[in-house]
Design a protein around this ligand. Structure first.
Ligand SMILES: Nc1ncnc2c1ncn2[C@@H]1O[C@H](COP(=O)(O)OP(=O)(O)OP(=O)(O)O)[C@@H](O)[C@H]1O
Length: 315
């Protein structure tokens, strides 16, 4: 595979449903072997974007390319497979029969037992779909997506209904395939899954990308750090002038300084003031998510540099 051709190239896509702009000039390149999480609140435009990448819907504006060509062609060639939230399954077939039937549509397809095993449902393969649990049905959808041995796997809320072990098995299968070059894009509400398993997180709000980076970069971008210290008579104005500081709060003998460079803040407090009892804290990904997707947060495509602190994010 040519590493310079992105697995997914999305440029300025817009999708409107009547008055609703579901996707609003969204641009994104995803490279082969990346595991990318699409994170955002309900209605952010994740599913609509995924549908356009799969060629299920066409954008009103903009370009979508998958492996350098048309999305539908890539799907038809078996290079792209998807696990969607509510893919229809026939209740009377067994899990194995469902996989066998779907395998007959792909030439060549991976062996049926291999995909059942990878999806963790080989031992329950003779159970009718209608009697399988929600998590097992979700694993079945995953098994079906693995049949064409796709180069790009697109997953919408893939682990919904799976128990803890199911999630672990699922993600270990995804990570081992990523190590062999498979690209994976997944939409999720589970922040801890994005944090633990994605190489990169694309945070979407109101159909636009509000942050794009590693989990660590997103956390730093949203939150910066908070430095607390005991400092009677703190000079709030001079602290506020330090590089990267976006909020200073004086509470009695304590001062709380929030900014992107906590080391510089700490150095200043210890070197140039009488501050003591320093405490440095950062927000977790969930708090970063809330801060970046809050309605008052600005909608800009800002690189996750750590020094771009959105308004409304204060200690
Ligand atoms: N077929 C449609 N007709 C009208 N509006 C739609 C349609 N599909 C999506 N929308 C609207 O577009 C916006 C984006 O929806 P989308 O399903 O892409 O969001 P999402 O990020 O996947 O949300 P969720 O996390 O709830 O699944 C929402 O306001 C939704 O109501």
């Amino acid at each position: 595979m040519n590493r310079s051709t992105p697995a997914v190239h999305v440029d300025g896509i817009v999708k409107r449903f009547g008055d609703v702009t579901a996707v609003d000039h969204l641009s994104l390149d995803i490279h082969p072997g990346e595991v990318v999480a699409f994170l955002g609140p309900n209605g952010a435009g994740k599913t609509t974007t995924v549908d356009m990448i799969l060629g299920l819907t066409r954008p009103d504006e903009g370009v979508v390319e998958v492996f350098g060509g048309d999305a539908r062609a890539a799907v038809a060639l078996g290079r792209v497979a998807a696990v969607m939230q509510s893919g229809g399954l026939l209740k009377d077939f067994t899990l194995r029969e469902t996989v066998e039937l779907t395998a007959s549509l792909f030439r060549p397809a991976r062996p049926v037992d291999e995909v059942l095993e990878r999806a963790g449902i080989l031992d329950v393969a003779d159970r009718p779909v209608g009697k399988a649990s929600g998590g097992q049905q979700q694993r079945l959808r995953f098994a079906l997506a693995l049949l064409p041995d796709p180069d790009l796997l697109i997953l919408d809320e893939p682990t919904t209904g799976m128990d803890v072990q199911g999630r672990r098995d699922f993600w270990s299968a995804i990570r081992s395939d990523a190590a062999r070059g498979r690209t994976t894009v997944f939409a999720t509400h589970y922040l801890e899954e994005a944090d633990a398993y994605a190489d990169r997180i694309v945070l979407v709000r109101h159909g636009r990308v509000v942050a794009d980076g590693t989990a660590a970069e997103i956390k730093a971008m949203a939150s910066g750090r908070t430095v607390r210290a005991t400092l009677p008579n703190a000079d709030a104005a001079s602290l506020a002038r330090l590089a990267g500081v976006d909020a200073v709060d004086v509470r009695g003998d304590s001062v709380i300084v929030h900014g992107s460079d906590s080391d510089a803040i700490a150095r200043h407090l210890l070197g140039h003031t009488e501050a003591r009892d320093l405490e440095i804290t950062s927000r977790n990904l969930e708090e970063a998510f809330v801060a970046l997707t809050a309605d008052e947060a600005p909608t800009t495509e800002t690189p996750a540099t750590g020094d771009a602190i959105p308004e409304g994010v204060h200690a």
